[in-house]
Design a protein around this ligand. Structure first.
Ligand code: DGJ
Length: 748
């Protein structure tokens, strides 16, 4: 039984996690405990904080009790009373007061997990999970707040969100309604976050908590590459395989705010939700506001275990549709091969040579529609360019398919160019503020997806492209951030709603299109990884990770991304050398070994390859086809961090632990380097594994016990250390890498 209820107490119990809530003296909820699983007891009141002495000026008015919210650990803290930390809720009633006081009303336990209408959410059946619903009421505001908690029997996750319902007769405004907040009893943590910029996404940063408020957020209209909507709190000694960590991720694709606050009493409050900056929602009587969901993961066994919990939850209970557990096709995308300069013949030649190499899907990127010869025009007009593709999209797509590859297409539906028919017809469909300059980003404007007619136009236009081309794959791009957030359909009092209405509108569009084309594989993109979040993964099972295809940079980006997101969702392509973003020259093997751990493809012109490289690439593709179940859906373990030195290593292990692939990357060559031993992870200690490797012209193989490999380590063959060319020093120069397969030896 994962949810235990007692008088004034609730205990959610997952596989190895407990989450306990109690009622405080004043009727609000206490966050009693979140951490390693404990047995249920009828009374956990002994876990409440014990202050040294009554606090003078912060007593909540309960008779002589000395009770104050200032040190109470709270489940859903509100603004303006005796708690001076970050609030989760801030409302404004008609008279202007921003106070609220939600006290316990009742609860319900539901088998399974109720749907979150119109928003992406984790799903789970009655056999897998249970949901606790606690309702609180504020008598003055006449409002009802319902907190939802889902716990999975066999997982270490707690999913939280809330709904706020106006049960009165007067409207009030929501300034802040976070998805979740937790108070932890101490501050002995390090925070981990994923930050960056365009072509430098999701770099890992770890720092010790300090007193005060630490915030990550996005005000960009997308979840953004500045900060991913993810925060973790790890104990200082927590490593990839050991130690305690709590991870928090928001299932939302727009403006968010995550914060960690260490207060005067050395306790820690962590919360996440829609960013209150620029947000204000008018809640009219009988209306309800739904927050996005927040996912908490608890791991007692390090960061790899936390990541695997996120991966497995998202793989099995977030990603939907026919591609959910399906191996992803090897694709070739023409963007870096041609940019905007191509015609029918070039595309069909590219498809043809890609097909000869074993590529399964050809993706036609930007530049295929009316007059789109650079990035200044045509977004919004989704019909084929007559000069480049005189016979139209269908003929081109059929031609591509006749080369034995399927056809995929790029679109950027949320945008419009000033030079477009769509803008001429509907200049009022864009987000822009009255009497203010109107910012362009990549020369384009953002459509107001809060408007139903805009949503309908996008659904119709993109459906037409898909029907006409019979595309089996779509790359859904979004190449600017959102500014001048103002919508002419909303009254002045509701302008704070525009950004959230945009996201909810986008979700409606995505739901309609993805469910109308269930066999199509969708990949989301936002100038690469500007919107890599679980909200998008609910609709589209993979994301173009970064516009940076340099393998050295990709190791960092993919390493960081793997903290939260499944490997099958991480779009990763081999591109040309010198690389187009960094100018760096790297060997084809190194580029391949970086990209193969993801939704794999190429982003180059195969016609420019010499015969040797063509042969190498054909072998790479057949290797990926053979191993992609393991590469994309195995249990992923990070071993050596690219953020800490010259080497990187990671591995993937099959669920039955009978096979594993280990990858090792060395950035700069090291003359006469020391011996290197890597401790592997995730193997079966009792199994014996065989590994084969190439040493110069010799093929070698050897057997090791799983415990040997994990406790003592695998010594990497000496070819990374050579300075003199002999038969044993096969690889030279910078950017060397290798991938080894460990396979269980069959008995007998
Ligand atoms: C940004 C994407 O990330 C690129 O891969 C490419 O599709 C361009 N947009 C096309 O404009």
């Amino acid at each position: 039984m994962p949810i235990f209820t007692h008088d004034r107490q609730f205990h959610l119990q997952g596989q190895d996690v407990s989450y306990i809530i109690r009622l405080l003296e004043n009727g609000q909820l206490e966050q009693t405990y979140f951490g390693k699983r404990v047995s249920d007891r009828a009374d956990f009141s002994g876990l409440a904080p014990m202050p040294n002495e009554p606090l003078g000026n912060a007593n909540f008015p309960l008779k002589n009790s000395g009770f104050t919210l200032e040190w109470a650990r709270q489940e859903y803290p509100s603004y303006g009373t005796s708690d001076f930390r970050e609030p989760a809720i801030e409302l404004e009633e008609k008279q202007g007061s921003r106070l609220s006081h939600f006290i316990y009303h009742d609860y319900q336990v539901i088998k399974g997990k109720p749907e979150l209408n119109g928003m992406p959410a984790v799903y789970g059946g009655a056999e897998e999970c249970e949901t606790l619903q606690i309702t609180l009421k504020d008598a003055v505001l006449e409002a009802e707040l319902t907190l939802f908690y889902t716990v999975f029997h066999q997982r270490n996750v707690i999913i939280r969100r809330c709904e706020l319902n106006n049960t009165g007769t007067e409207p009030f405004s929501i300034h802040r309604l976070m998805s979740a907040s937790i108070d932890l009893p101490d501050h002995n943590y390090e925070s981990i976050q994923l930050d960056g910029a365009w072509i430098r996404e999701r770099h890992l940063h770890r720092s010790k908590l300090k007193p005060g408020l630490h915030v990550i957020d996005s005000k960009k209209g997308v979840s953004s590459s500045s900060h991913n909507p993810f925060l973790a709190l790890a104990r200082p000694n927590t490593s990839e395989n050991e130690g305690e960590v709590i991870g928090l991720n928001l299932i939302y694709s727009g403006n968010f705010r995550g914060s960690v606050e260490v207060d005067t009493y050395d306790t820690t409050r962590i919360m996440m939700g829609i960013n209150p900056a620029g947000f204000k929602w008018e809640l009219v009587p009988e209306d309800t506001f739904y927050t996005p969901e927040a996912v908490f993961v608890y791991s007692a066994n390090g960061l790899n275990n936390m990541s695997q919990s996120f991966h497995s939850l998202y793989q099995n209970h977030l990603i939907r549709g026919q591609w959910k557990n399906k191996e992803r096709p090897v694709l070739l995308n023409n963007w870096e091969a041609t940019y905007f300069t191509f015609n029918h013949k070039k595309i069909s030649d590219l498809a043809s040579s890609a097909s000869e190499l074993g590529v399964e899907l050809f993706v036609l990127d930007d530049g295929w529609f009316e007059g789109r010869n650079d990035d200044t025009t045509s977004l919004g007009d989704w019909t084929a360019d007559k000069k480049k593709l005189p016979e139209g999209l269908k003929v081109l797509a059929d031609d591509v398919r006749s080369r034995s590859v399927s056809f995929g297409i790029w679109v950027e539906p949320e945008m419009v160019s000033q030079k477009s028919r769509l803008y001429q017809q509907h200049p009022d469909w864009v987000l822009k503020a009255p009497h203010r300059p109107h910012t362009r980003g990549r020369n384009q404007m953002v459509l107001d997806l809060g408007k139903t007619e805009v949503q309908d136009y996008i659904i119709e236009a993109i459906s037409r492209v898909l029907r006409e081309s019979q595309a089996s794959y779509v790359k859904w791009d979004m190449n600017r951030t959102v500014t001048e957030v103002y919508s002419d359909v909303l009254p002045a009092s509701r302008q704070g709603e525009v950004m959230h209405r945009y996201i909810v509108g986008l979700y409606r569009v995505l739901e309609e299109i993805t469910s109308s084309f269930p066999s199509v594989l969708f990949e989301s993109c936002a100038s690469g990884g500007n919107r890599f979040d679980p909200g998008m993964l609910y609709y589209m099972p993979q994301t173009w990770t970064s516009d940076n295809t340099d393998a050295v940079e990709r190791l960092k980006i993919q390493y960081g991304t793997s903290l939260v997101y499944p490997i099958s969702s991480i779009g990763a392509h081999v591109s040309a050398s010198p690389n187009h973003q960094t100018g760096r020259v790297t060997p084809i093997d190194f580029r391949f070994h970086a990209a193969m751990f993801g939704a794999f493809g190429y982003e180059l012109d195969p016609q420019e390859m010499d015969d040797h490289i063509r042969k190498v690439v054909a072998e790479q593709i057949s290797l990926v086809k053979k191993e992609r179940a393991l590469l994309q859906f195995g249990d992923f373990y990070r071993l050596i961090s690219p953020f800490e030195g010259n080497d990187t290593a990671w591995m993937t292990v099959s669920q039955d632990r009978s096979e594993a692939l280990l990858a090792f990357y060395r950035m700069l060559s090291q003359p006469n380097a020391g011996l290197k031993r890597i401790k592997l992870s995730g193997l079966d200690a009792d199994k014996t594994y065989e590994v084969e490797w190439q040493e110069g012209s010799n093929r070698r193989h050897r057997q090791y016990g799983g415990d040997e490999l994990m406790n003592i380590g695998w010594q990497i063959p000496p070819f990374f250390t050579g300075t003199v060319k002999t038969g044993n020093t096969h690889f030279y120069g910078d950017f060397q890498s290798a991938v080894w397969k460990f396979k269980e030896c069959t008995k007998g």
